[in-house]
Design a protein around this ligand. Structure first.
Ligand code: B12
Ligand code: SF4
Length: 461
């Protein structure tokens, strides 16, 4: 029996994305299946720019016994359509869903996705292997942890297993499953032109910001420095020269980070790194270590320029400290990306204006802004539900994504309009109007030029 794991297209697939990374979630799963003797393929429809009907056609030809789809909340409606088309094309094939959205609400998701046979919550290297083995060899399903399925019309979920997760024992993901996309340079980060790979060095987060999807994960697990470095060297030897460390908080474990930076320097790896960090995790010394090891960009989840909003989010950071770290990172010669969240309860046009002032004062090299999405399982989702301010739902059969109403907003479009004002007041200022073309020319980065033009058109429309 063959398994096919499908990475669905991102939202707005017709547009050039800021980044396209290898689907590590599916590569981890495929590697586990392969090691256990199960035939498996990965269809990265995001990297291949396939449309939903094209994916269903491909799957019909591949004719697997089991198909796995990850569920990301943001693209739940197209993924629902994809599952429907797949069911129609392959009536006998079993379908399993997994990933973040499933983990947040397995039973609710099963009730909606009636074309799926199984849902697996949580990390699924072991459980998906057990499921594939059981479907191949026969046997009971009830020994598979965190599995949701139907028996006689009833939705049932098996218990969690306390035992199983030893992060250093999880095999390094085998990139050969998506070799063609590496070979044609389909994986990239818009700010760099070197051959890119990404790695994940931990799972979960010890903080509990009220908007963050990490709320649904149990605890946090960190790979050891040795285990991570083995993967870094392997990817370096495969020709990769830009490494995106996709953890939300790679910098949190300072000792581990220090060892990795020291080994990169010792072995003179010609690598550029992209890290994500909380602003309170870095000081001048770590920034200079990071720079010396090749760190080119650090992305900070700044979220807001207003202290009362950061406090409401339980972000645990300070506006002044955020400003300081942006300055220190830039001084250390590292480019700064700053991410902001618009529309958290308590936001007003005045707080948005204050955040714009923060950006224009601190001048990160790149800025991105998201309108708050109340993900299932987050504290802000529950708060909005309790206060009656949650509008819409994550049911893919309903139009649009849910949002949180503020006293001064009539629709999600109001927040989107403010997001556009924010982007204009930041990116159309002389600092960025000069800086972005400078970066494009300096790096001879044609993809970034196309991306900047695409966004500029959006801003002036
Ligand atoms: C790298 C990354 C990307 C990469 C690669 C995505 C990928 N397919 O791996 C790129 C840039 C392509 C990307 C795109 C998108 N991403 Co992204 N991405 C991440 C990031 C930073 C790391 C993901 C990762 O590798 N984790 C490590 C792996 C091992 O853990 P995992 O993903 O949870 O996978 C495990 C389990 O969940 C489960 N599992 C996962 N998938 C499946 C599938 C099946 C069938 C089964 C059984 C189990 C299973 O098993 C895995 C192994 O144990 C996360 C944030 C984070 N730190 O997790 C956001 C994140 C997952 N992305 C997110 C989003 C929204 C998207 C987009 C939808 C954005 C958009 N609007 O287009 C697209 C989706 C397109 C796509 N199909 O990839 C959100 C999801 C939120 C949510 N509630 O759904 C996150 C959490 C970021 C955030 N801040 O909120 N992303
Ligand atoms: S926003 Fe960042 S620090 Fe907060 S819980 Fe999520 S990953 Fe952790």
């Amino acid at each position: 029996m063959k398994v096919v794991l499908v990475n669905p297209p991102r939202s707005e697939p017709e547009k050039l994305a800021k980044k396209v990374h290898p689907p590590l979630n599916l590569l981890y799963l495929a590697t586990a299946l392969d090691r256990n003797g199960i035939a498996v393929e990965v269809l990265d429809a995001n990297a291949a720019d396939l449309t939903i009907p094209q994916i269903a056609d491909r799957l019909r030809v591949m004719a697997p016994g089991l198909i796995g789809f990850p569920l990301f909340s943001d693209i739940i409606a197209p993924t629902y359509h994809l599952v429907e088309l797949t069911r129609a094309a392959l009536p006998q094939t079993k379908i399993v869903l997994g990933g973040i959205h499933v983990s947040a609400d397995p039973q609710g998701t099963a009730a909606i996705f009636t074309d799926a046979d199984f849902l697996l919550a949580g990390y699924a290297e072991n459980s998906l292997t057990l499921l594939a083995q059981t479907l191949r060899d026969g046997g009971d399903l009830d020994h598979i942890p965190r599995l949701t399925y139907r028996i006689a019309g009833q939705i049932v979920t098996t218990p969690d297993a306390e035992d199983e997760f030893d992060i250093d024992a999880v095999p390094i993901p085998d990139r050969r499953f998506v070799r063609e996309h590496y070979e044609r340079g389909a994986y990239y980060q818009i700010m760099n032109t070197r051959p890119l790979d990404s790695i994940v060095t931990s799972r979960g987060c010890k903080f509990a910001c009220r908007f963050c999807y990490n709320a649904i994960r149990r605890g946090v697990e960190h790979r050891s420095a040795e285990n991570i470095y083995e993967e870094i060297v392997q990817r370096y030897e495969a020709g990769m020269r830009f490494l995106d460390i996709d953890d939300d908080n790679f910098t949190q474990e300072r000792e581990r980070m220090g060892k990795i930076f020291a080994w990169i320097r010792r072995d003179k790896l010609d690598l550029k790194l992209f890290l994500k960090s909380r602003s309170d995790a870095l000081d001048r010394a770590t920034l200079s270590q990071a720079k010396a090891a090749g760190t080119e960009i650090i992305s900070f989840g700044i979220e807001s320029g207003v202290q009362s909003i950061l406090d409401a989010m339980r972000k645990g950071t300070k506006v002044e400290r955020n400003a300081e770290v942006i300055e220190k990172a830039k001084r250390a010669g590292i480019m700064v990306h700053a991410g902001f969240l618009l529309g958290y309860p308590g936001e007003t046009p005045e707080t948005i204006a204050e955040t714009i002032r923060f950006v224009n004062h601190t001048k990160p090299d790149a800025v991105s802004l998201q309108v708050l999405k109340p993900y299932l399982g987050t504290a802000v989702y529950e708060q909005a539900q309790a206060e009656g301010t949650l509008v819409g739902s994550w049911d893919p059969r309903e139009p649009g994504l849910p949002w949180v109403r503020l006293p001064w907003t009539q629709s999600r479009a109001d927040l989107e309009a403010w997001a556009k004002i924010f982007a204009r007041r930041v990116y159309l200022r002389p600092y960025y109007a000069w800086r972005v073309p400078q970066q494009i020319v300096k790096n001879a980065n044609r993809r970034m030029a196309r991306y900047a033009l695409q966004n500029l058109r959006g801003l002036i429309k």
